[in-house]
Design a protein around this ligand. Structure first.
Ligand code: NZQ
Ligand code: ZN
Length: 384
């Protein structure tokens, strides 16, 4: 196991009716900006719970943060923050609202000329407004990590800063009962791939991280389909919600190599064709497993045996069966698993590779040995 420092400062309030905790978490004299998306929180009663919890607090609203939040939308929050001297952000929604709010929190304190530089890599975040989260879509882990992804035109870029790590997150599984089947599937598969990107690399004898990862993968495999079949089952939603948070709160990735190539390639699919984040991952990960079979052989075998319980056949056969099982699971969660499933053909590949090049993604994977030629092979393996 590699050396690591693990520190996750987000306080989590988990369970039914925990939205009430807002009253205690946010200082009573704070000037709060409640940020949200396209209005799901107004339709499903979450907004009313927030307003009730914030009686006695001063708050303003900023809605309309879209899936894959854009720079243009997020920048519109800045004049509101200035006008009302906002000093606290409360993000209510899924990963897009949380990520967008992280950007707003940092941009509001940014001293440079254009806060886009934070994403372009030339701007440093030295300060951000404090951020609390009420999560309504378990998927990204953004509610208790320091990362955010923002889009401008065809650039979907990310930044990481301890200054935007949420101070607290409320996770009430009841808020997730109104998710569509599409968003349930997206959430389960996004969390699954987060675990895989921190697990499917090479062994470093990190027994704790591996055991956590394997258990969480098995939970997603068993509970994900149940959420589609029995959408009102609270316990299923509770386990999925906590699973998605732990999948990307720093615990699994501490002290182990990580491979974010599926995410980096997936982001380009979203940037160019607007495909939902998790759906891009369901298309790319199986292709990464196939193309990188040799480099990932030991962990692929461990995955086959410990996660899927595959005991028959030689190593090659076990690995092939594990990849097939992974694809079947994604399909069960109603995901596309090939570019053809989202109506993209061989003529789409060049543009993806060009985007990766433009974004400096020339050395992906746990060993940084995945050049543009290998990314091209992955995309070609994902075609049909
Ligand atoms: O906008 P509203 O009206 O709220 O509707 C949303 C949106 O249309 C809806 N929704 C959310 N909660 C709901 C609900 N509908 C009914 N009931 C509820 N309880 O779901 C739709 C999708 O929401 P979105 O926030 O876009 O989904 P998700 O949580 O999957 O977030 C995706 C974004 O997170 C980024 C992705 O790139 C993408 O931009 N990621 C962030 C990461 C991070 N910060 O660590 C890591 C991830 O890998 C990912 O890249
Ligand atoms: Zn993801």
């Amino acid at each position: 196991m590699y050396n690591f420092t693990f520190h996750n400062p987000t306080k989590v309030h988990f369970g039914k009716d925990q939205i009430k905790q807002l009253a205690h978490e946010i200082p009573s004299d704070a000037k709060i900006l409640v940020t949200y998306g396209g209005g799901s929180i107004k339709r499903n009663g979450v907004y009313d719970q927030i307003a009730a919890a914030l009686i006695g607090h001063s708050f303003w609203e900023f809605g309309g943060i879209e899936p894959n939040p854009t720079y243009a939308t997020l920048m519109k929050a800045l004049p509101i923050i200035e006008e009302h001297e906002i000093d606290y952000i409360l993000a209510v929604g899924g990963g897009s609202v949380v990520d967008g709010s992280k950007y707003i929190a940092a941009a509001a304190c940014y001293k440079g000329e254009d806060p886009w530089d934070i994403l372009a890599g030339s701007g440093q975040i030295t300060q951000a407004l404090p951020l609390g989260v009420v999560l309504t879509l378990p998927a990204t882990g953004s509610e208790s990590n320091a990362a955010a992804v923002v889009t401008r035109d065809q650039d979907k870029l990310s930044f990481v800063s301890p200054h935007v790590h949420p101070t607290f997150a409320v996770l009430d599984p009841l808020t997730t009962l109104t998710l569509s089947e599409r968003q349930i599937g997206n959430g389960v598969v996004d969390a699954f791939v987060h675990i895989m990107e921190q697990y499917l690399t090479y062994p470093v004898n990190a027994m704790v991280q591996d055991a956590f990862a394997e258990s969480l993968l098995k939970i997603l495999i068993s509970e994900g389909p149940k959420a589609l079949a029995n959408p009102q089952d609270y316990d299923v939603r509770a386990n999925l919600m906590w699973c998605a948070t732990v999948a990307l709160n720093g615990l699994l990735g501490a002290g182990v190599p990580q491979d974010w190539s599926t995410h980096m390639i997936g982001h380009e699919l979203t940037a160019l064709h607007g495909i939902d984040h998790a759906r891009t991952l369901a298309i790319v990960l199986p292709a990464v497993m196939k193309v990188r079979k040799e480099q990932k052989q030991e962990k692929l075998l461990q995955y086959a045996e410990n996660v899927w319980g595959i005991t028959d056949g030689d190593a090659d056969r076990k690995i092939d069966d594990a990849i097939s099982n992974t694809e079947a699971f994604f399909k069960q969660m109603q995901m596309p698993i090939r570019l053809a499933d989202v109506d993209l053909g061989p003529d789409s590949v060049d543009a993806f590779v060009a985007q990766l090049e433009a974004h400096g993604m020339r050395k992906l994977s746990e060993r940084r040995d995945m050049g543009l030629n290998v990314s091209r092979q992955v995309l070609e393996a994902a075609l049909a």
